[in-house]
Design a protein around this ligand. Structure first.
Ligand code: NZQ
Ligand code: ZN
Length: 387
């Protein structure tokens, strides 16, 4: 296990009706708030009105920016930055899933930055300061509610790129599982695949001596296997939604990668290329790609890690490591399929014409991945395996 520093500075307010405590948590940061949300789910559910009345009771001034899309666009970010500057906003409150939170992080980072906010995503600059941010999570998936990462799509260049900085980590996040009761089957399943993928990205690394972290990772995977199907079948099952919601946050708040050099993140970078062009739901892209990435990187030296996962998570008893690894990858594919998640790019009508360019773009800043370094040709090969 390598040396590490760990701090997850987000205050979590977990449970039913926790939005009631939010106004008091925001006040130390300021009284002028921009509320951001998506295409309407929070309007329809009444959540937006409930939050506004909570804040107004404490004399908090509110501006709103709705309409942020899944795979959030740079245009919404620029709109939000302009509002914050004009209205002297002191705190950004994102209500929604990862897209709303990521867009809001970009807004928070861009307000006091003299250049173009896209600079952060093309690695021209790193966010050093940001407006304080809070979130009310409505979809268990990305972990954005407890981490410092943001992923934004630039329609003009057809790029979807991440940035990361401690200053983007939300100060407060409300995790009320009942707010996810209305998430449909597709988004629930995509969220489960995303949570599991975050674990895979941090579990499959060359680091040794991280048994505790790997045990925790396996526990989160087992939680997804148990509660994913229940949440899909019974959308209002509180325990299922609660376990998935907390899994979302824990899977990607930095804890899983402690003692390791880094996560792999190759599959995520490939998925971002797919959704940049085709606007695919993130978890659906991961469902297609992850088992194929696994097949591509599997070899005699690393098979033991797949075999360990297979034994501890799927109960695969097989002494020959390569065989156990293959069975594990098959079990992961079968689970994704049981959630009605796609298995190939053709399942979601994505043609092969851009595979080569996607490979090159995924590696525009250099090779990707840590478990196995991938160049553009490797990425194209994984896309071909996924077609
Ligand atoms: O827009 P509304 O109307 O709110 O509807 C949304 C949207 O259509 C809907 N939804 C959310 N909560 C709901 C609900 N519908 C009914 N009831 C509710 N309670 O779900 C749809 C998808 O929302 P979105 O925010 O896009 O989903 P998700 O949380 O999966 O976020 C995906 C984005 O996050 C990025 C992805 O690449 C993608 O752009 N990621 C961010 C990460 C991070 N910041 O750490 C890491 C991830 O790996 C990922 O890359
Ligand atoms: Zn993800």
């Amino acid at each position: 296990m390598k040396n590490f520093n760990y701090q997850a500075g987000t205050k979590i307010l977990f449970g039913k009706n926790k939005i009631n405590e939010l106004a008091d948590e925001i006040l130390p940061f300021g009284k002028r708030v921009l509320i951001t949300y998506g295409k309407g789910s929070v309007v329809k559910s009444g959540l937006l009105d409930a939050v506004k009345s909570e804040l107004k009771e404490k004399d908090i001034y509110i501006e709103e920016l709705g309409g942020i899309q899944p795979n959030p666009r740079l245009a919404s970010v620029r709109e939000g930055i302009a509002i914050c500057r004009e209205k002297k906003i002191e705190f950004v409150l994102a209500i929604g899933g990862g897209s709303i939170i990521d867009g809001s992080k970009a807004i928070a980072a861009g307000v006091n930055y003299p250049g173009d906010v896209w600079d952060f995503y093309i690695r021209k600059a790193v966010p050093e300061t940001a407006l304080p941010l809070g979130t009310i999570l409505t979809l268990a998936a990305t972990g954005s509610e407890m981490n410092g990462s943001s992923v934004i799509t630039n329609d003009e260049t057809q790029e979807k790129l991440p940035t990361s900085s401690e200053c983007l980590r939300p100060k407060i996040s409300v995790l009320d599982p009942t707010l996810t009761f209305t998430v449909n089957k597709w988004q629930t399943a995509s969220g489960v695949v995303d949570i599991m993928s975050h674990i895979f990205e941090q579990y499959f690394t060359p680091d040794l001596g991280t048994d505790l972290q790997d045990n925790m990772a396996e526990g989160i995977l087992k939680t997804c296997l148990k509660y994913g199907p229940i949440a899909i079948k019974e959308p209002k099952n509180y325990e299922a939604r609660a376990n998935l919601m907390w899994a979302s946050s824990i899977a990607l708040n930095g804890l899983m990668v402690t003692g390791k050099m880094s996560g792999d993140w190759g599959t995520h970078m490939i998925e971002h290329e797919v959704s940049a062009i085709y606007d695919l739901t993130h978890g659906a892209g991961l469902s297609i790609l992850f088992p194929n990435w696994m097949k591509f990187v599997l070899n005699e030296r690393n098979a033991f890690k797949f075999a360990r996962l297979g034994k501890n998570v799927f109960g695969i008893e097989e002494s020959e490591a390569m065989l156990a690894a293959t069975k594990t990858i098959e079990a992961i594919r079968a689970f994704f399929t049981s959630l009605d998640m796609p298995a190939s790019l053709s399942d979601v009508d994505i043609p092969s014409e851009h595979f080569k360019v996607m490979g090159e773009k995924a590696c525009q800043f250099g090779p990707i991945g840590y478990f196995k370094r991938l160049n553009g040709e490797d990425v194209t090969a994984i896309l071909k395996m996924s077609k």
